[in-house]
Design a protein around this ligand. Structure first.
Ligand SMILES: [Zn+2]
Length: 97
């Protein structure tokens, strides 16, 4: 789900207000909405990968989502994944010794 309230029209800077066309200048907002939706899907995928312990794949998906559309939630998810990569992998390596 894309929170359209936080986006602005790239042409006139009006709020999106959930429409595919800017209500002020009429420019199509579809490309931006598609990128935001892709970023949201990547974050959902990253969360699933994290849940199943696929930390590196989760990191890649979360980092890609942040490149597409940086959000505070996405930053927090990426930080959590990076923490797991550093700490959980180190713990499992420690048990192998
Ligand atoms: Zn506009």
């Amino acid at each position: 789900m894309v929170d359209t309230e936080r986006y602005r029209c790239p042409v006139c800077k009006a709020s999106f207000r959930g429409a595919n066309l800017c209500l002020r200048c009429g420019v199509t907002l579809d490309p931006i909405l598609r990128i935001a939706a892709e970023a949201s899907a990547l974050r959902a995928k990253a969360a699933t990968l994290l849940r199943y312990g696929h930390f590196e794949e989760a990191r890649q998906a979360a980092a890609r989502a942040q490149r597409y559309d940086a959000t505070e939630t996405g930053r927090d998810l990426l930080s959590l994944i990076q923490w797991c990569l550093k700490n959980v992998v180190m713990d499992s390596e420690a048990t192998e010794i």
